[in-house]
Design a protein around this ligand. Structure first.
Ligand SMILES: NC(=O)c1ccc[n+]([C@@H]2O[C@H](COP(=O)([O-])OP(=O)(O)OC[C@H]3O[C@@H](n4cnc5c(N)ncnc54)[C@H](OP(=O)(O)O)[C@@H]3O)[C@@H](O)[C@H]2O)c1
Length: 232
């Protein structure tokens, strides 16, 4: 990462996922990166975005590995219901909607709060995987109620936290990120090798390059892997 001093430390949350693993491997390959710590349900027993106490515990365990100059949160779910994301109003289930908001929006916000003491005071890049379908202004197709709503909620929570945190951490960059269309366990029912726009490795490389170029500001960014801004 060009904008960070050599010897920086990174944390990848959701490193067990397709895109999270690609972020992890890309950061490990950067000679300027001293250490990359992985956090997921497989590396830390009990860690779960639905359990707020587990997020505080995970952050406390990670504290000795910080301060982190790069944090990537690549967690997320498309649907809780085995039948997949809702195609119609009739398919909306309150419990599933609640779960999606908890995993995609509330959990990531509480994790950002728990990790704040361990973010580097110098330049620090905090990238959370969001999704273009969380853009309200870009929604022309409808459907996928829970995923869209949880990502829109995530975007608002990131924007609000970024404004507040900028007062204490003026060198912090917060970004809601769209990786492109990537084949993964999350997307495999809808995305094939033929319809994917990028590999997980290309998505991670593009998003790290994008993050690297963003100046710190009071507010979050909503950007894609090509560095293009997405309307909220
Ligand atoms: N793939 C795409 O085309 C695409 C497009 C737009 C946006 N995105 C976003 O990119 C991110 C990564 O997606 P992906 O395609 O890499 O999916 P993935 O391979 O299914 O990875 C999802 C990650 O989220 C973690 N996770 C799920 N539920 C969790 C929970 N309750 N507590 C803690 N961790 C949990 C998973 O951990 P476990 O391994 O423990 O299950 C895994 O590390 C998501 O935010 C997704 O919305 C993806």
């Amino acid at each position: 990462m060009q904008s960070l001093a050599a010897g920086y430390r990174a944390l990848v949350i959701g490193a067990s996922g397709a895109i999270g693993r690609a972020f992890h491997d890309t950061l490990v390959a950067d000679p300027a990166c001293q250490a990359v710590v992985a956090l997921s349900r497989s590396t830390h027993a009990g860690f779960d975005l639905r359990e707020s106490g587990s997020l505080e515990q995970a952050a406390a365990v990670l504290a000795p590995h910080g301060p982190f100059s790069v944090v990537i949160d690549a967690t997320g779910v498309l649907s809780i219901d085995p039948s997949g994301p809702e195609k119609s109003l009739a398919a909306v289930r309150p419990a599933a909607l609640n779960d999606l908001v908890q995993i995609n929006a509330i959990g990531p916000l509480l994790l950002l709060r728990a990790l704040t003491p361990y973010l580097a005071r110098e330049r620090c890049l905090y990238g959370k995987l969001s999704a273009r379908v969380g853009s309200i202004s870009d929604n022309r197709l409808g459907g996928w109620y829970g995923y869209r709503a949880s990502k829109a909620a995530l975007n608002m929570l990131l924007q609000t936290a970024a404004i507040e945190l900028h007062r204490r951490l003026p060198n912090l960059v917060v970004a809601a990120m769209q990786p492109g269309t990537v084949v993964s366990p999350l997307s495999h029912r809808f995305v094939s090798a033929a319809t994917a726009t990028v590999s997980a490795a290309e998505a991670a490389t593009g998003l790290l390059k994008t993050l690297d170029q963003l100046p710190a500001r009071s507010g979050a960014y909503f950007v894609d892997y090509r560095g293009e801004s997405i309307p909220w």
